[in-house]
Design a protein around this ligand. Structure first.
Ligand code: 13P
Ligand code: G3H
Ligand code: ZN
Ligand code: ZN
Length: 331
Protein backbone atom coordinates (compact mmCIF):
# COMPACT_ATOMS: atom_id res chain seq x y z
CA UNK A 1 0.00 0.00 0.00
CA UNK A 2 1.31 3.42 -0.94
CA UNK A 3 2.31 5.81 1.84
CA UNK A 4 2.00 9.55 1.31
CA UNK A 5 4.65 11.82 2.83
CA UNK A 6 2.00 13.79 4.72
CA UNK A 7 1.32 10.73 6.88
CA UNK A 8 4.96 10.90 7.96
CA UNK A 9 4.83 14.58 8.93
CA UNK A 10 7.28 15.51 6.15
CA UNK A 11 7.25 18.83 4.28
CA UNK A 12 7.11 19.62 0.59
CA UNK A 13 9.59 21.93 -1.16
CA UNK A 14 7.64 24.56 -3.20
CA UNK A 15 6.75 26.80 -0.23
CA UNK A 16 10.22 26.45 1.28
CA UNK A 17 11.88 27.29 -2.03
CA UNK A 18 9.70 30.34 -2.58
CA UNK A 19 10.74 31.73 0.80
CA UNK A 20 14.41 30.87 0.22
CA UNK A 21 14.53 32.57 -3.20
CA UNK A 22 12.82 35.67 -1.80
CA UNK A 23 14.97 35.65 1.34
CA UNK A 24 18.32 35.18 -0.42
CA UNK A 25 19.34 31.97 1.32
CA UNK A 26 19.59 28.29 0.39
CA UNK A 27 18.15 25.25 2.13
CA UNK A 28 20.72 22.58 2.97
CA UNK A 29 20.33 19.23 1.25
CA UNK A 30 22.44 16.76 3.21
CA UNK A 31 22.75 13.09 2.22
CA UNK A 32 22.21 10.41 4.82
CA UNK A 33 22.76 6.65 4.87
CA UNK A 34 22.77 5.78 8.56
CA UNK A 35 21.65 6.75 12.05
CA UNK A 36 24.60 8.93 13.00
CA UNK A 37 24.36 11.06 9.85
CA UNK A 38 20.63 11.54 10.41
CA UNK A 39 21.16 12.50 14.06
CA UNK A 40 23.88 15.01 13.16
CA UNK A 41 21.75 16.62 10.43
CA UNK A 42 18.67 16.97 12.66
CA UNK A 43 20.63 18.16 15.69
CA UNK A 44 22.45 20.78 13.61
CA UNK A 45 19.30 22.01 11.88
CA UNK A 46 17.24 22.17 15.07
CA UNK A 47 20.00 24.04 16.90
CA UNK A 48 20.34 26.53 14.04
CA UNK A 49 16.56 26.60 13.41
CA UNK A 50 17.06 25.72 9.76
CA UNK A 51 14.70 23.89 7.40
CA UNK A 52 16.36 20.75 6.02
CA UNK A 53 16.25 18.41 3.06
CA UNK A 54 17.27 14.85 3.93
CA UNK A 55 18.66 13.35 0.74
CA UNK A 56 18.71 9.68 -0.12
CA UNK A 57 20.58 8.44 -3.19
CA UNK A 58 19.83 5.17 -4.98
CA UNK A 59 23.04 3.89 -3.39
CA UNK A 60 21.77 4.89 0.06
CA UNK A 61 18.53 3.00 -0.52
CA UNK A 62 20.48 -0.10 -1.49
CA UNK A 63 22.77 0.29 1.51
CA UNK A 64 20.26 1.12 4.22
CA UNK A 65 16.92 -0.35 3.01
CA UNK A 66 13.99 1.76 1.82
CA UNK A 67 11.68 0.82 4.72
CA UNK A 68 14.27 1.71 7.34
CA UNK A 69 15.07 5.02 5.63
CA UNK A 70 11.41 5.98 5.45
CA UNK A 71 10.92 5.25 9.12
CA UNK A 72 14.10 7.11 9.98
CA UNK A 73 12.76 10.17 8.18
CA UNK A 74 9.48 9.83 10.05
CA UNK A 75 11.48 9.49 13.26
CA UNK A 76 13.53 12.55 12.29
CA UNK A 77 10.40 14.72 12.34
CA UNK A 78 9.50 13.51 15.84
CA UNK A 79 13.14 13.70 16.98
CA UNK A 80 13.34 17.36 15.90
CA UNK A 81 10.25 18.16 17.97
CA UNK A 82 11.71 16.28 20.92
CA UNK A 83 14.86 18.39 20.66
CA UNK A 84 12.65 21.41 21.23
CA UNK A 85 12.06 23.11 17.90
CA UNK A 86 9.87 22.12 14.99
CA UNK A 87 11.65 22.41 11.63
CA UNK A 88 10.39 21.50 8.15
CA UNK A 89 11.94 18.17 7.13
CA UNK A 90 11.87 17.10 3.46
CA UNK A 91 12.67 13.55 2.34
CA UNK A 92 14.18 13.78 -1.14
CA UNK A 93 15.43 11.25 -3.68
CA UNK A 94 18.85 12.39 -4.91
CA UNK A 95 19.71 11.62 -8.56
CA UNK A 96 16.79 9.35 -9.41
CA UNK A 97 17.64 7.88 -12.80
CA UNK A 98 14.46 6.01 -13.79
CA UNK A 99 10.71 6.60 -13.63
CA UNK A 100 10.36 3.35 -11.64
CA UNK A 101 12.75 4.48 -8.90
CA UNK A 102 11.01 7.86 -8.59
CA UNK A 103 7.60 6.17 -8.45
CA UNK A 104 8.79 3.76 -5.79
CA UNK A 105 10.06 6.65 -3.65
CA UNK A 106 6.82 8.62 -4.13
CA UNK A 107 4.86 5.51 -3.08
CA UNK A 108 7.15 5.15 -0.06
CA UNK A 109 6.68 8.51 1.57
CA UNK A 110 9.24 10.75 -0.16
CA UNK A 111 8.04 14.35 -0.34
CA UNK A 112 10.37 15.29 -3.19
CA UNK A 113 12.21 13.44 -5.96
CA UNK A 114 14.92 14.30 -8.43
CA UNK A 115 14.83 12.82 -11.89
CA UNK A 116 18.28 13.29 -13.35
CA UNK A 117 17.80 12.97 -17.10
CA UNK A 118 20.83 15.09 -17.84
CA UNK A 119 22.80 12.09 -19.07
CA UNK A 120 20.27 11.55 -21.88
CA UNK A 121 19.60 13.63 -24.99
CA UNK A 122 17.61 16.82 -24.44
CA UNK A 123 14.39 15.36 -25.86
CA UNK A 124 14.76 12.15 -23.83
CA UNK A 125 15.37 14.25 -20.72
CA UNK A 126 12.17 16.21 -21.42
CA UNK A 127 10.15 13.01 -21.94
CA UNK A 128 11.49 11.20 -18.84
CA UNK A 129 11.17 14.26 -16.61
CA UNK A 130 7.61 14.97 -17.81
CA UNK A 131 6.57 11.40 -17.03
CA UNK A 132 7.92 11.66 -13.48
CA UNK A 133 6.30 15.07 -12.97
CA UNK A 134 2.92 13.74 -14.06
CA UNK A 135 3.01 10.92 -11.51
CA UNK A 136 4.60 13.00 -8.76
CA UNK A 137 2.18 15.92 -9.02
CA UNK A 138 -0.77 13.55 -8.91
CA UNK A 139 0.56 12.61 -5.44
CA UNK A 140 1.46 16.14 -4.30
CA UNK A 141 5.19 15.48 -4.64
CA UNK A 142 7.57 18.07 -6.12
CA UNK A 143 10.19 17.22 -8.75
CA UNK A 144 13.74 18.46 -9.36
CA UNK A 145 15.06 18.13 -12.91
CA UNK A 146 18.56 18.67 -14.25
CA UNK A 147 20.05 20.35 -17.30
CA UNK A 148 23.80 20.22 -17.89
CA UNK A 149 26.20 17.57 -16.65
CA UNK A 150 28.43 17.80 -13.58
CA UNK A 151 31.85 16.16 -13.57
CA UNK A 152 32.59 13.51 -10.94
CA UNK A 153 30.88 10.34 -9.76
CA UNK A 154 27.18 10.13 -8.95
CA UNK A 155 25.64 6.75 -8.25
CA UNK A 156 28.30 4.91 -10.23
CA UNK A 157 27.92 7.17 -13.27
CA UNK A 158 31.29 8.78 -13.94
CA UNK A 159 31.33 11.98 -15.97
CA UNK A 160 34.90 12.94 -16.89
CA UNK A 161 33.97 16.41 -18.01
CA UNK A 162 31.20 18.79 -17.13
CA UNK A 163 28.88 20.37 -19.67
CA UNK A 164 27.55 23.70 -18.52
CA UNK A 165 23.80 24.28 -18.58
CA UNK A 166 22.72 26.04 -21.76
CA UNK A 167 20.60 29.03 -20.66
CA UNK A 168 18.72 28.95 -23.98
CA UNK A 169 17.23 25.58 -23.01
CA UNK A 170 15.94 26.29 -19.50
CA UNK A 171 12.71 28.08 -20.35
CA UNK A 172 11.58 25.41 -22.79
CA UNK A 173 12.58 22.63 -20.36
CA UNK A 174 10.74 24.10 -17.39
CA UNK A 175 7.64 24.85 -19.47
CA UNK A 176 7.43 21.47 -21.18
CA UNK A 177 8.23 19.29 -18.14
CA UNK A 178 6.46 21.20 -15.37
CA UNK A 179 9.37 20.62 -12.96
CA UNK A 180 9.34 22.47 -9.64
CA UNK A 181 13.08 23.15 -9.46
CA UNK A 182 16.09 22.85 -11.73
CA UNK A 183 19.61 21.59 -11.01
CA UNK A 184 22.20 23.36 -13.13
CA UNK A 185 25.85 22.91 -14.01
CA UNK A 186 27.99 26.04 -13.58
CA UNK A 187 31.34 24.57 -12.55
CA UNK A 188 30.66 22.52 -9.43
CA UNK A 189 31.31 18.76 -9.52
CA UNK A 190 30.62 15.70 -7.38
CA UNK A 191 33.03 14.10 -4.92
CA UNK A 192 36.03 15.26 -2.90
CA UNK A 193 38.36 15.70 -5.88
CA UNK A 194 36.88 18.67 -7.65
CA UNK A 195 40.07 20.50 -8.52
CA UNK A 196 43.77 19.61 -8.39
CA UNK A 197 46.23 22.18 -7.03
CA UNK A 198 47.48 22.58 -10.62
CA UNK A 199 44.05 23.84 -11.69
CA UNK A 200 44.09 26.51 -8.95
CA UNK A 201 45.82 29.82 -8.43
CA UNK A 202 47.14 31.25 -5.14
CA UNK A 203 45.31 34.24 -3.68
CA UNK A 204 47.00 37.00 -1.65
CA UNK A 205 46.81 34.84 1.51
CA UNK A 206 48.56 31.96 -0.25
CA UNK A 207 45.35 29.89 -0.37
CA UNK A 208 44.73 27.81 -3.50
CA UNK A 209 41.61 29.05 -5.26
CA UNK A 210 39.90 27.10 -8.07
CA UNK A 211 38.45 28.69 -11.21
CA UNK A 212 35.32 30.63 -10.20
CA UNK A 213 31.82 29.28 -10.80
CA UNK A 214 30.12 30.51 -13.97
CA UNK A 215 27.98 33.20 -12.38
CA UNK A 216 27.37 34.68 -15.83
CA UNK A 217 25.51 31.49 -16.80
CA UNK A 218 23.52 31.60 -13.56
CA UNK A 219 22.55 35.22 -14.25
CA UNK A 220 21.49 34.36 -17.78
CA UNK A 221 19.35 31.49 -16.45
CA UNK A 222 17.75 33.77 -13.86
CA UNK A 223 16.88 36.26 -16.58
CA UNK A 224 15.08 33.59 -18.58
CA UNK A 225 13.17 32.02 -15.68
CA UNK A 226 12.94 34.78 -13.04
CA UNK A 227 12.49 33.54 -9.48
CA UNK A 228 12.45 29.87 -10.53
CA UNK A 229 14.08 27.64 -7.85
CA UNK A 230 17.61 26.63 -8.84
CA UNK A 231 19.60 23.77 -7.27
CA UNK A 232 23.37 23.51 -6.94
CA UNK A 233 24.84 20.01 -6.71
CA UNK A 234 28.46 19.18 -5.99
CA UNK A 235 28.82 21.96 -3.44
CA UNK A 236 31.27 20.52 -0.95
CA UNK A 237 34.17 22.76 0.00
CA UNK A 238 36.56 19.91 0.95
CA UNK A 239 37.75 21.19 4.35
CA UNK A 240 41.53 20.95 4.27
CA UNK A 241 41.79 20.23 8.02
CA UNK A 242 39.76 17.04 7.60
CA UNK A 243 41.80 15.95 4.57
CA UNK A 244 44.97 16.56 6.64
CA UNK A 245 43.62 14.59 9.64
CA UNK A 246 42.67 11.66 7.40
CA UNK A 247 46.16 11.58 5.90
CA UNK A 248 47.85 12.11 9.30
CA UNK A 249 46.13 9.03 10.68
CA UNK A 250 46.82 6.53 7.91
CA UNK A 251 44.68 7.78 5.04
CA UNK A 252 45.93 8.38 1.51
CA UNK A 253 43.80 11.11 -0.02
CA UNK A 254 45.22 12.98 -2.97
CA UNK A 255 45.43 16.76 -2.75
CA UNK A 256 41.93 18.04 -3.44
CA UNK A 257 40.27 21.43 -3.57
CA UNK A 258 36.53 22.09 -3.28
CA UNK A 259 34.16 24.98 -3.93
CA UNK A 260 35.19 28.04 -1.87
CA UNK A 261 32.58 29.01 0.70
CA UNK A 262 32.38 32.63 -0.47
CA UNK A 263 31.18 31.41 -3.87
CA UNK A 264 28.47 29.29 -2.26
CA UNK A 265 27.49 32.29 -0.13
CA UNK A 266 27.14 34.34 -3.31
CA UNK A 267 25.10 31.59 -5.01
CA UNK A 268 22.78 31.26 -2.00
CA UNK A 269 21.81 34.93 -2.38
CA UNK A 270 20.53 34.27 -5.92
CA UNK A 271 17.70 32.00 -7.10
CA UNK A 272 19.84 29.06 -5.91
CA UNK A 273 17.66 27.82 -3.04
CA UNK A 274 18.91 24.25 -2.49
CA UNK A 275 22.59 23.41 -2.06
CA UNK A 276 23.71 19.75 -2.02
CA UNK A 277 26.52 18.71 0.30
CA UNK A 278 27.64 15.14 0.89
CA UNK A 279 31.41 14.76 0.47
CA UNK A 280 32.32 17.27 3.22
CA UNK A 281 30.34 15.18 5.70
CA UNK A 282 32.08 12.01 4.54
CA UNK A 283 35.47 13.65 5.03
CA UNK A 284 34.58 14.98 8.49
CA UNK A 285 33.30 11.60 9.71
CA UNK A 286 36.25 9.70 8.28
CA UNK A 287 38.71 12.12 9.87
CA UNK A 288 37.08 11.65 13.28
CA UNK A 289 36.93 7.84 13.00
CA UNK A 290 40.57 7.58 11.87
CA UNK A 291 41.77 9.83 14.69
CA UNK A 292 39.87 7.97 17.44
CA UNK A 293 40.97 4.59 16.08
CA UNK A 294 44.61 5.64 15.84
CA UNK A 295 44.70 7.23 19.28
CA UNK A 296 42.72 4.47 21.02
CA UNK A 297 43.89 1.21 19.47
CA UNK A 298 42.21 -0.82 22.22
CA UNK A 299 38.77 0.65 21.53
CA UNK A 300 36.17 -1.57 19.90
CA UNK A 301 32.84 -0.05 20.90
CA UNK A 302 31.36 1.51 17.72
CA UNK A 303 29.76 4.25 19.82
CA UNK A 304 33.23 5.42 20.82
CA UNK A 305 34.19 6.28 17.23
CA UNK A 306 30.80 6.89 15.58
CA UNK A 307 29.80 9.24 18.43
CA UNK A 308 32.73 11.64 17.87
CA UNK A 309 32.16 11.34 14.09
CA UNK A 310 28.54 12.38 14.60
CA UNK A 311 29.60 15.35 16.75
CA UNK A 312 32.06 16.64 14.16
CA UNK A 313 29.42 16.23 11.47
CA UNK A 314 26.94 18.24 13.51
CA UNK A 315 29.48 21.07 13.92
CA UNK A 316 30.17 21.06 10.19
CA UNK A 317 26.48 21.33 9.29
CA UNK A 318 25.81 24.05 11.88
CA UNK A 319 28.66 26.06 10.42
CA UNK A 320 27.29 25.58 6.88
CA UNK A 321 23.78 26.67 7.88
CA UNK A 322 24.99 29.74 9.76
CA UNK A 323 27.94 30.94 7.69
CA UNK A 324 27.45 29.63 4.16
CA UNK A 325 23.84 28.88 3.21
CA UNK A 326 22.19 31.49 5.42
CA UNK A 327 19.43 29.03 6.38
CA UNK A 328 19.85 29.47 10.14
CA UNK A 329 16.84 31.05 11.87
CA UNK A 330 14.71 30.50 8.73
CA UNK A 331 12.65 27.56 10.03
O1 13P B 1 25.57 16.93 -5.20
C1 13P B 1 25.67 16.18 -4.25
C2 13P B 1 24.61 15.20 -3.97
O2 13P B 1 23.63 15.21 -4.96
C3 13P B 1 26.84 16.20 -3.32
O3 13P B 1 27.93 16.94 -3.81
P1 13P B 1 29.37 16.85 -3.10
O4 13P B 1 30.04 15.60 -3.61
O5 13P B 1 30.13 18.06 -3.56
O6 13P B 1 29.17 16.84 -1.64
O1 G3H C 1 25.65 12.82 -5.94
C1 G3H C 1 26.05 11.89 -5.24
C2 G3H C 1 25.83 11.89 -3.76
O2 G3H C 1 26.98 12.36 -3.10
C3 G3H C 1 25.43 10.52 -3.31
O3 G3H C 1 26.48 9.63 -3.42
P1 G3H C 1 26.20 8.03 -3.45
O4 G3H C 1 25.55 7.74 -4.75
O5 G3H C 1 27.58 7.42 -3.33
O6 G3H C 1 25.32 7.72 -2.27
ZN1 ZN D 1 23.51 14.35 -13.23
ZN1 ZN E 1 24.35 15.65 -6.91
Amino acid sequence: MAINYKELGLSSTPELFKKAVAGGYAIPAYNFNNLEQMQAIIQACVETKSPVILQVSAGARKYANATLLRNMAKGAVEYAKELGYEIPVVLHLDHGDTFELCKDCIDNGFSSVMIDGSHHSYEENVALTSKVVEYAHAHGVAVEGELGVLAGVEDDVVAEESTYTRPEEVEDFVKRTGVDSLAISIGTSHGAHKFTPEQCTKNEDGVLVPPPLKFDILEEIEKRIPGFPIVLHGSSSVPQEHVATINEFGGALKAAIGIPEDQLRQAAKSAVCKINIDSDGRLAMTAAVRKVMAENPGEFDPRKYLGPARDILKDLYMQKNINVLGSAEKA
